[in-house]
Design a protein around this ligand. Structure first.
Ligand code: PLP
Length: 393
């Protein structure tokens, strides 16, 4: 596998692991193999490493170390948040509010809960990519137990007004969960200041390893575990901990916290350079979602006339050594289907099929952006005649 010469523009799908993270993990794949539950030296050392990682993960969100529960993914953290806060079968009428553009890790759990007697409201999303706190206020009911709205959307990159949404939830006595898998490490989040009761995140989106995530659970909140066993993670998530992965998550969180401000300035500048360049060179391209209230390195593009051709565009760019995605990484399982995110934002099914997501990361260079600006207009131009013929047949 030789990826060194490639230009990777899909950091919302996953990120390259930072060499400093690999350095921190390595000892725990060699001599530091102990089980953190063991009482002898190997176990004590592994346990210490776990607790240091917990402190670093907590610090990224202004949380206490005791509020961090390690999981095997962002998906698991989302499942634990919703199913842990609303155990089924419910014994009384229970209502949950989420938004129609959430990740499947939330939407599928909501559908599961709905089948088990929970009423769910799926809020619609404005065509600029935001959930409206007033719409949330109107949807609240006396039995609303939980509101779950993502901090930033994975397809369009828009940043949600989390503190306002949390305050509406709390005014009505509900808990507030946010899926911060895309926002973590990119935006300053403080669970105390923002009023967040539960927060999910994932290491592989912040230059850490895959297969490790965490749920931040505000002190005093009781959750029903999904996985029962030896009682690790204060009994909320049993199973021998993935020590090397968790150490990697901790180091990735520490680096993200230290470098967030400078990375963000650099990424916003590269992103805007890319948007300006695309608008100049590809007149039929347009940015989907609000132009500025979006993640620092995130662009979601529509290209009028090429809606049915985005997979061909992706493959042409791939041939030229460039990785971008159409919609979300999960869309490879649903190729050709309209994006539920764009449908939620009011796009029709045709336009909702045709978005291209370009996401930058810590190691993206200005030279890579220039290369993309050189290749993308040519790839679009080459596809254009095919698209217009296809449209006429
Ligand atoms: N939530 C959001 C918003 C995501 O973008 C993703 C992954 O793309 C997930 C949850 C799932 O995280 P993981 O890949 O760690 O399961």
């Amino acid at each position: 596998m030789n990826s060194t010469a490639r230009c990777y523009f899909d950091h919302s799908a996953t990120t390259p692991v930072d060499p400093r993270v690999i350095g921190a993990m390595e000892p725990f794949l060699h001599d530091g193999f102990g089980n953190p539950s063991s009482m002898y030296q190997e176990g004590v050392e592994a346990h210490q490493a776990l607790e240091e990682a917990r402190e670093k993960a907590a610090a990224l969100f202004g949380a206490r170390p005791g509020e961090v529960v390690f999981t095997a993914s962002g998906t698991e953290a989302d499942n634990l948040a919703l199913r842990g806060a609303i155990p089924t079968p419910v014994t009384e009428p229970t209502h949950l509010i989420t938004a129609a553009f959430e990740h499947p890790a939330i939407l599928e759990v909501c559908r599961y809960l709905e089948k088990h007697g929970v009423s769910i409201t799926f809020l619609s999303v404005g065509n600029d990519g935001f959930v409206d706190p007033q719409e949330l206020r109107r949807a609240m009911r006396p039995n609303t137990k939980l509101v779950s709205i993502m901090a930033a959307n994975n397809v369009v990159g828009t940043i949600q007004p989390v503190a306002e949404l949390a305050s509406v939830a709390h005014e009505h006595g509900a808990l507030f969960h946010t899926d911060a898998v895309q926002a973590a490490g990119k935006l300053p989040i403080d669970i105390g200041r923002d009023g967040i009761d539960l927060l999910s995140f994932s290491a592989h989106k912040i230059h850490g390893p895959k297969g490790v995530g965490a749920l931040i659970v505000r002190h005093g909140l009781e959750l029903q575990p999904l996985i029962l066993g030896g009682g690790q993670e204060r009994g909320i998530r049993s199973g021998t901990e993935n020590v090397a992965g968790i150490v990697g998550l901790g180091r990735a969180a520490e680096i993200a916290r230290a470098e967030m401000a400078q990375d963000s300035v650099r990424l916003v500048s590269l992103r805007d350079q890319l948007i300006d360049g695309i608008e100049e060179r590809i007149p039929n391209a347009y940015v989907i979602g609000h132009r500025f209230r979006r993640l620092p390195g995130h662009i979601c593009l529509g290209i009028s006339g090429l809606e049915g051709e985005t997979v061909k565009l992706l493959l042409a760019l791939n041939q030229a050594g460039i990785a971008v995605s159409t919609g979300s990484a999960c869309s490879s399982h649903h190729a050709g289907e309209p994006s539920h995110v764009l449908l939620a934002m009011g796009f029709d099914a045709f336009r909702a099929r045709g978005s291209v997501r370009i996401t930058l990361g810590r190691f993206t260079t200005s030279a890579q952006v220039d290369y993309l600006l050189e290749v993308l207009p040519l790839a679009v131009r080459d596809l254009q005649p095919i698209a217009s013929c296809a449209g006429r047949s």
